[in-house]
Ligand binder design. Structure first.
Ligand code: HEM
Length: 237
């Protein structure tokens, strides 16, 4: 008897939502047979997804005690570190999770590049991936300012100055990022809104599109010499 008609609450839910099929397609999918450690490379996308979920959960919990204003941000982060139950652990997870996400997304991208997974018919998956990379870097840039310590302040000063060097639109970009000619309360409000509202909404939509295409096309096979020979006969594939 399948789970969808077992009569219990699980069957009730599966029959009405199809959530079991989505789960199977994403998490119970077969990884192509690859030699030894190579098969582990196929887990990098899921590892990135896991860290993303971890960032969302720890970020939400941090937001319950963080105050996004230049007067209180630094103290609220200190309060999280010293007085909130498990606060230092929570902040540590979010801090190191951010770096782990950049590393994992980079490795996942290298895996898909070197295995040729970006080729027909997966160009869309790759292009959404490129946007995801930009958004992940955006999370890092906007999040770095939030503790409002010296490192955060000067790193953002440098970052916004670099944006200011963009040909033609540079001065406008710098002003938009800073919320005015100088860095201050408006910069922090802007970065906070991007970090907790705008970027999560964008990344959520992009991940859904990315995963839809992964399920739609199925996972690519590791490249073989036979596949290379076929590609030579049929250029473009
Ligand atoms: C938040 C960032 C990202 C998440 C959560 C994510 C997640 C995933 C997952 C779960 C898969 C399934 C296969 C696997 O695990 O390798 C996948 C496949 C894929 N991803 Fe990503 N990805 C991200 C970013 C990227 C980036 C930056 C690129 C490239 C620019 C990319 C390109 C691809 C491609 C081409 C595939 C298809 C692989 C195949 O069929 O073998 N992804 N992604």
């Amino acid at each position: 008897m399948s789970a969808s008609n077992d009569g219990g609450p699980r069957g009730w839910l599966y029959e009405r939502t199809g959530v079991d099929r989505v789960w199977d397609a994403l998490f119970a999918r077969k990884v192509p047979e690859a030699q030894g450690w190579v098969s582990w490379l196929y887990t990098l996308g899921s590892a990135t997804l896991f860290v993303f979920v971890l960032q969302a959960v720890t970020g939400t919990l941090l937001a319950m005690n963080y105050v996004p204003s230049p007067d209180h941000a630094y103290d609220s982060v200190r309060y999280i570190n010293t007085s909130v139950v498990m606060g230092h652990y929570l902040r540590g997870l979010h801090h190191w999770g951010a770096s782990a996400m950049v590393v994992l997304v980079g490795l996942h991208m290298l895996r898909t590049y070197f295995m040729g997974a970006y080729k027909y018919p997966r160009e869309g998956t790759w292009m959404i991936g490129v946007l995801l990379l930009v958004v992940v870097i955006g999370f890092g840039f906007t999040g770095y300012l939030l503790p409002w310590d010296q490192k955060a302040y000067w790193a953002t000063m440098v970052g916004t100055n670099i944006a200011g060097q963009t040909p033609f639109i540079g001065p406008y970009l710098k002003k938009i990022f800073r919320g005015g000619p100088e860095m201050g309360a408006a910069t922090m409000t802007r970065f906070y809104a991007l970090h907790v509202l705008v970027l999560p909404a964008i990344v959520g939509a992009l991940i859904m599109g990315h995963l839809f295409l992964v399920v739609w096309h199925g996972i690519s096979e590791p490249p073989t010499r036979a596949a290379d020979a076929d590609a030579e006969k049929e250029p473009g594939r």
